[in-house]
Design a protein around this ligand. Structure first.
Ligand code: F6R
Length: 364
């Protein structure tokens, strides 16, 4: 079952490039994203004046990435709400809202309740789901299945990547049908999306290096993940992954927000995983890294290969391939997953079955 891997999580990390291909390739026609086989009409992308994303946990974090990606391209509001909050709110959605519901299992009770509420408000719903025939898939107006295959480890890895792939394709199709992308721009965008697959393979091949890096943080009780813009959205998932399987308390923080209180927690006992892959805020994140370094933090910096930084800025630098800024989440996700995996392994914990957690949350 584990195909020779010590844990399902490691197997699933390795399966990501294949899962990405399976999710993306069947939906490319003449170089453009095409959902006709999924029976998703362009009208739902054209007719909405806002997008509302609802999901839980890791799936919700893909929504955070999608928001940061889509708003600048589509120029319509993209809101992300945790499903367990959404279902008890009076959300500002209506028949002109496209509600994207994201769930690996398709059975998460809060996400299902959010879907039903969206229908009560008359919104069109499109679910991104991994499990065929699941309740959310059956009840939503339209479904875009991710093709990750079964995910067994409690900590989600390949489902995160393919949910993102689906969201990137939706963003691209929407931009095309709304006149925000020319065909050439949409083709280039898809080609950039395909380029992340070898970039993910590159990072998977560096697992032993990442294992070595993790030895520096495994005794820590707390850790911070910082970044700005898309990098902040990736940080959220990095912190969740580390918490759930290594039991190290981790917080994701928008780097510029640290000095409004939280920097008081930084000391030489608190490692900081800093993500700086976004050119337009790069120098700003670098200044924030200097601030935490000056307070003694052990800094692990994740940047693109081609980024230029001072040698003494970080204690350790992990370089990802130079993919376009909008796509760095894919190789970064592999690094964050491996950090959590090796932290859990190094502490002799149950990687695949962390305490208090279930794979599918079907009760409130
Ligand atoms: C974390 C994790 C969870 C799930 C969440 C939603 O690694 O797996 O946070 O993402 O419980 O589950 P689904 O996607 O099945 O709705």
């Amino acid at each position: 079952m584990k195909n020779g891997y010590p844990h399902f999580m490691m197997k699933e990390i390795h399966e990501q490039p294949e899962a990405m291909k399976n999710t993306i390739l069947p939906r490319i026609s003449k170089g453009l994203p095409d959902f006709s086989d999924d029976k998703i009409p362009d009208e739902i992308f054209k007719d909405c004046n806002q997008i509302h994303i609802v999901a839980c946990g890791t799936a919700m974090h893909t929504g955070m990435v999608a928001r940061a990606l889509m708003e600048p391209i589509l120029r319509i509001p993209v809101t992300v709400t945790i499903a367990s909050e959404f279902r008890y709110e009076q959300p500002l959605i209506d028949e002109h809202t496209l509600v994207l519901v994201i769930s690996q299992s398709g059975e998460t009770i809060d996400t299902l309740a959010a879907l039903r509420l969206a229908h009560e408000y008359g919104s069109k719903t499109l679910a991104i789901v991994n499990v065929k025939g699941s309740t959310i898939a059956r009840e939503s107006d339209y479904v875009l299945y991710t093709h990750a295959g079964p995910e067994i480890a409690v900590a989600s890895t390949k489902a995160y990547s393919v949910q993102l792939a689906a969201l990137y394709m939706i963003g691209c199709r929407m931009a095309l049908v709304r006149g925000k992308f020319t065909e050439k721009q949409a083709m280039d965008f898809l080609s950039d999306l395909l380029d992340v697959i070898p970039a993910m393979e590159t990072m998977i091949a560096q697992e032993q290096m990442i294992k070595g890096v993790v030895s520096h943080i495994i005794q820590s009780l707390d850790a911070f993940f910082i970044g700005r813009g898309l990098d902040y959205a990736f940080s959220l998932e990095g912190a969740l992954k580390l918490k759930e399987i290594s039991y190290i308390h981790a917080e994701a923080y928008a780097a510029g927000e640290l000095k409004h209180g939280t920097i008081a927690l930084i000391s030489d006992q608190v490692p900081v995983i800093a993500i700086a892959t976004q050119e337009h805020v790069f120098s700003k994140t670098i200044s924030n890294i200097r601030e935490v370094k000056a307070r003694g933090a052990f800094v692990i910096l994740l940047t693109k290969e081609g980024s230029v930084v001072d040698d003494n800025l970080a204690d350790i630098r992990i370089r990802i391939p130079d993919v376009d800024d909008r796509f760095t989440v894919f190789p970064i996700a592999v690094v964050l997953q491996l950090i959590a995996y090796y932290a859990s392994l190094g502490k002799n914990l149950d990687v695949d079955q962390p305490r208090n957690l279930a794979k599918s949350v079907t009760v409130e």
